[in-house]
Design a protein around this ligand. Sequence first.
Ligand SMILES: CC(C)(COP(=O)(O)OP(=O)(O)OC[C@H]1O[C@@H](n2cnc3c(N)ncnc32)[C@H](O)[C@@H]1OP(=O)(O)O)[C@@H](O)C(=O)NCCC(=O)NCCS
Length: 186
Amino acid sequence: MALTYFKRYRMEFDLTAELFPCPPLPAGYHLLPWHDGLVDRHAQAKYASFCTEIDANVFPCLGDLEGCRRLMNDISRRRTFVPESTWLVRYQPPEQKRPEDCGTIQGIVNDRGYGAIQNVGVTPIHRGRGLGTTLLHHALTGFRRRGLEKCFLEVTAENIDAIRLYERLGFHRVRTVYKASQVIYS
Ligand SMILES: CC(C)(COP(=O)(O)OP(=O)(O)OC[C@H]1O[C@@H](n2cnc3c(N)ncnc32)[C@H](O)[C@@H]1OP(=O)(O)O)[C@@H](O)C(=O)NCCC(=O)NCCS
C-alpha cells in the first residue's frame, strides 16, 4: 500500500450560457428521473462504470459494489442533494427481457451555490453512443431549473477522453487539485 497523489482538474460550466444540444437517445435506451427506489440501481451502474477505471484507484469505494451503495446512500440523503440533476440510463431493447442499467449521474449543490456533478459513468460496452452527453445535459438542466448559475466537476488528469468530452461540451478547466489515496500495487 502506498500513498499516491492523483492530479485532478476542477472544470466549471456557466449555466447562464446556452446549453449544448442533447443528442437523441439511441433505440432501446430510456432515461429515468430520480426516485428513492432507484438508489441500488444507481449504485450498480456506478460500480459497473467505474470498477475498471483509474477513478477506482483515486476513490477506492468506486471499485467495490458495497462502497458504491454506501456512496449512493450518502449522496441521496444529503440535504444538498439535487434530485432534478440525478438520472439513470436503462437499456432494454424489445427483445431483451431484463433491463440493464448502463449510465448514472448525480448532482448536489455546494455551500457556495455551485452545482456539483458527482460521478458520471457509462458502462464500457455502452460508451461512445452519446449517453454521457445526454446525462450531462439532463444534470445541467436540473441545476438550471434550481436557478443555479454555475456548476463544476472534478476529473482525474489521466482521464483524457473524459476531459476532451467535457471541453467539447463547454466546461473550462479552472484549477488543479491533488487527491491523496492509498493504492495497492501488486
Ligand atoms: C466519460 C464517460 C462518462 C463518457 O460517456 P460516453 O457515453 O462514452 O459519452 P459520449 O458518447 O456522450 O461521448 C463520447 C466521447 O467520450 C469519449 N470516450 C471516452 N471513453 C470512451 C469509450 N470507452 N468509448 C467511446 N468513447 C469514449 C469519446 O472520445 C467521445 O469523445 P468525442 O465525441 O470527442 O469523440 C464514459 O467514458 C465513462 O463512464 N468513463 C468511465 C468513468 C469515468 O471516468 N467517468 C468520468 C468521471 S469524471
